[in-house]
Design a protein around this ligand. Structure first.
Ligand SMILES: *Cc1c(COP(=O)(O)O)cnc(C)c1O
Length: 369
C-alpha cells in the first residue's frame, strides 16, 4: 500500500504550498471600514463605509425576525417576491431582474458572466475599490482610465480605451469615492460609441442621493440599449448593508447569465423580506435621504468656507483630495473619535453620518493646519 508521504516527489521538510491561481497574486484585499474606536467620554463615529446612520425603516426588523423563524428552509432561490415588487416599481419585466448578495455580489456575477483570462474591463480610476478585486479574481485585466478634473469620469478617454478585448465597462455614478455624477447626455453619447456587444454597467449604488436633474439615468439607457445594465443596492439609502442584497436590471440574455453565475440561495430569506418591507416605506426612506442630503450640503459648504476644495457630491460622502497628507489627516480624525476612509497618497472619503458626527468632522477639518 502506498502512503501519500511515500510519493517520490515529496520532500519531508519542505512541503509544497497549495497551488493557487496566479491571478490572485497581485490582487488587493478588500479592506472594510475600520470600526469606531472606543473613546473615553465622547462617542466615536465610523464614517468610513458609506453606511446609513439611521436604523432600519419601520416594520423592517419585524419582517426580518419573522423570516428568521424559517431559517431551517432554503430561501426562494430567485427572490421572486422581491423581484415582483421591483419589476412593478421600475416598470420592467421580472425576467430582467437578477438579485445577488449586495450589488458587489451581482457585480461578481456580471464579471463571471462576461470575462475570462485575458479579457479587458474598462473603468474610471479612482473609483469603487471593489472593481479591481472582482475583475482580478476572474483573471481579466483592469483598464483604469484616470478621472478628469473635478474628479469626474472622463468618458472620451474611456471610449478611447475600449479595444476588441474589452468585454465590460463599469460606470460609477455618483462616483465612489469622489462624488460627482456622470451627465445623462454624455453617458448616452458614450453608450452609442461602445460596441453593441460590450456590456456597459451603470453602478447606481447612490442614486437615491442624486439631486442633479442632468445626472445619468441608467434605466432610461437600459430601455434603449440591450447592452446596458443597471446595478442597484439596498445597502446605502435603504440601510440594509448588513443583510447583503442588491440587484441588476438587464435585458433577458444578460439577466439570465447573472442568474446562472449567482451563488445558489445567496440572498437569504431574511434579506428578501427586509428588502420588500423597506420598499413599502418609501416616505420614511425619502425623509431620511432628504435629511442626509441637507447634511451633505451643510458639510460641503462649511468645508468650502474653510477653504477646502471639495468636488461636487451627489452621494452620501464627501472627498478631500489630501494627497501626501491623507494618512495624517485620517490619524488626526481618528485621534478625535472619527474614523474616515483614507486612500493613501490620494485623499479621504468621509461619509455623511449623524449630525454629531458631521459636526465633529467640520470641526476637525477646520482644526487641520
Ligand atoms: C457600496 C457600493 C456598492 C454596493 O455595495 P453592496 O453592499 O455590495 O450592495 C456598489 N457600488 C458602489 C460604487 C458602492 O459604493
Amino acid at each position: 500500500m502506498t502512503r501519500f508521504t511515500d510519493r517520490p516527489d515529496s520532500t519531508p521538510d519542505a512541503p509544497r504550498p497549495v497551488q493557487l491561481r496566479s491571478a490572485l497574486d497581485e490582487l488587493p484585499s478588500y479592506r472594510p471600514g475600520r470600526p469606531a474606536p472606543a473613546s473615553g467620554e465622547r462617542p466615536a463615529f465610523k464614517v468610513s463605509s458609506n453606511e446609513n446612520p439611521y436604523p432600519p425603516l419601520p416594520g423592517v426588523v419585524e419582517a426580518a425576525v419573522s423570516a428568521a423563524a424559517e431559517m431551517n428552509r432554503y430561501p426562494d432561490m430567485f427572490a421572486s417576491g422581491l423581484v415582483a415588487v421591483l419589476a412593478d416599481r421600475l416598470g420592467v419585466p421580472p425576467e430582467h431582474l437578477a438579485t445577488g448578495t449586495g450589488s458587489v455580489g451581482v457585480l461578481q456575477q456580471i464579471v463571471q458572466a462576461t470575462t475570462g483570462e485575458g479579457d479587458e474591463v474598462v473603468y474610471a480610476w479612482r473609483s469603487f475599490e471593489a472593481y479591481p478585486i472582482v475583475v482580478g479574481i476572474s483573471g481579466a485585466r483592469s483598464v483604469r482610465v484616470p478621472l478628469a478634473p473635478g474628479a469626474r469620469h472622463d468618458l472620451d478617454a474611456m471610449a478611447a480605451a475600449v479595444t476588441d478585448r474589452t468585454r465590460l465597462v463599469l460606470v460609477c455614478s455618483p462616483n465612489n469615492p469622489t462624488g460627482p455624477v456622470v451627465g445623462h447626455d454624455e453617458l448616452a453619447a458614450f453608450v452609442r460609441r461602445v460596441p453593441e456587444d460590450v456590456l456597459v454597467v451603470v453602478d447606481e449604488a447612490y442614486r437615491e442621493f442624486v439631486r442633479d436633474p442632468d445626472g445619468a439615468d441608467g434605466l432610461a439607457l437600459y430601455r434603449e440599449h440591450p447592452n446596458v445594465c443597471v446595478l442597484r443596492t439596498f445597502s446605502k439609502a435603504y440601510g440594509l448593508a448588513g443583510l447583503r442584497v442588491g440587484y441588476a436590471v438587464a435585458h433577458e440574455r444578460v439577466a439570465d447569465a447573472l442568474r446562472k453565475t449567482a451563488v445558489p440561495f445567496g440572498v437569504s430569506g431574511v434579506a428578501q423580506r427586509a428588502a420588500v418591507e423597506s420598499l413599502a416605506h418609501e416616505d420614511a426612506l425619502l425623509e431620511r435621504v432628504e435629511a442626509l442630503v441637507a447634511e451633505r450640503t451643510r458639510v460641503r459648504e462649511a468645508l468650502l468656507s474653510q477653504g477646502w476644495d471639495v468636488p461636487v457630491t451627489h452621494a452620501n460622502f464627501v472627498w478631500l483630495a489630501l494627497g501626501e497628507r491623507t494618512t495624517d489627516f485620517a490619524a488626526h480624525c481618528e485621534a478625535h473619535g472619527l474614523v474616515v476612509r483614507p486612500f493613501a497618497g490620494e485623499g479621504c472619503r468621509v461619509t455623511i453620518g449623524e449630525q454629531e458626527a458631521n459636526d465633529r468632522f467640520i470641526q476637525l477639518a477646520s482644526d487641520w493646519p
